[in-house]
Write a protein that binds this ligand. Structure first.
Ligand code: COI
Length: 364
């Protein structure tokens, strides 16, 4: 291994306390975590330790100026119980794109993959096998320079934690188009998985929830006219048999589920248009009965059907679950490929293999 690891196993696994039949999202954490340090461009001190609190200076730059990025991935088991990941190199690519935009050190691909494979191998018993469940994997990185002036940073902590997870959205999602707040402008950081992109949406989210919606559908910052993405996922609109999704214009996340859905839709022979789409076009299609379905796509959310879209004081209601042609099929196929219950013609699935942990000794 180019980046040698130290592994310290937990003495007391918490696995026995987990009720895998009743998993929520993001509430429980696996037995171990991966931690590495970057010092002036050099990656060092790679280790897997028992999951626990971190130690860093209160002057750490990230705490003051928000230099924090993250990823979301999921690990599954195949029908023989072997752990596997979904397109982990794509998350690596996006993580480094986020790092570059935020002026942070990039992670070498070997370090990224070794860290993931070793951690998931060690905690493979934490991967739920219940339908719709998975082990959510959260890599993140933040600046640890002890300096409260503003200058480019040189020290970073890279960490991966895991979380056995059930559905992110248990029900169809009600979204409201933003007509006041703005998530991202071109030239900004909208395409990056930067923590601040999410922090800044908490107030608009709270206000949306007070109005009875679950999430904000972000619109462009100039006119509040064109759809961008939903707070936790990319968005697709089915209009007259065509799947329309906003283009990657620098303001939205280059979703790995979004890309997988585009490829799946192509394989079904469904026309896909990746372009600007205005809320007025959507409202017009709704009036004519041509707006038949909408869904969000994301790692955490998977495929999340949308039931209502609020726009300019009115609410467009979408047909019920019995009429969902695409979200149901996409969700089924995507989950089946991720768990190897369907063949993987796209080459998306990566089997988890340890270079260090003996196969016969997962943590129980
Ligand atoms: C993911 O889908 O993995 C995300 O990071 C979205 C997050 C806001 C839950």
């Amino acid at each position: 291994m180019k980046y040698p690891f130290h592994i310290e196993r937990t003495e007391t696994s918490r696995l026995g306390t987990v009720n895998f039949k009743d998993l929520a999202f993001g509430k429980l954490y696996g037995d171990h975590m991966f931690v590495a340090e970057c010092k002036k461009g050099r990656w060092t001190d790679c280790k897997i330790t028992p999951y626990g609190n971190l130690y860093f200076s209160p002057a750490s730059s990230a705490l003051h100026y928000g230099q924090i990025i993250f990823e979301g991935m999921k690990a599954y088991k195949d029908p023989d119980g072997n752990p596997q990941l979904f397109r982990p190199e794509q998350n690596h690519k996006r993580f480094n794109a986020s790092a570059a935009r935020m002026g942070m050190s990039e992670i070498p691909q070997e370090l990224w993959l070794d860290a993931l494979h070793e951690l998931i191998s060690l905690d493979q018993e934490w991967i739920p096998e219940e339908e719709g469940c998975s082990l959510y994997v959260r890599p993140f990185m933040f600046a640890t320079d002890r300096f409260i002036g503003i200058r480019p940073t040189e020290f970073f902590k890279f960490i991966i934690i895991t979380s056995p997870a059930g559905f992110y959205y248990a029900k169809p999602v009600k979204v409201i188009a933003s007509d006041h707040y703005v998530r991202a402008f071109q030239g900004g950081v909208g395409f990056a998985k930067a923590a601040g992109n999410y922090g800044a949406t908490m107030l608009p989210l709270k206000e949306a929830q007070q109005q009875g919606f679950d999430q904000v559908l972000w619109t462009d910052g100039l006119e509040h006219k064109y759809a961008q993405e939903i707070g936790t996922m990319n968005v697709f609109f089915m209009i007259d048999g065509v799947a329309v999704t906003p283009e990657l214009d620098g303001t939205i996340l280059d979703g790995i589920t979004r890309d997988s859905v585009i490829q799946l839709l192509h394989s079904y022979g469904t026309p896909v248009e990746v372009r600007r789409i205005s809320l007025d076009e959507i409202a017009d299609a709704h009036k004519k009965g041509l707006f038949t379905e909408a869904f969000g796509t994301g790692t955490a959310a998977s495929i999340a059907p949308i039931s209502h879209v609020g726009y300019k004081g009115a609410v467009m209601q979408l047909p019920p679950a019995s009429a969902w042609e695409y979200s149901t099929r996409l969700k089924h196929d995507l989950e089946a490929i991720k768990t190897s219950r369907l063949p993987d013609p796209f080459g998306w699935v990566a089997k988890v293999k340890s270079k260090l942990v003996p196969e016969e000794a997962p943590i129980m």
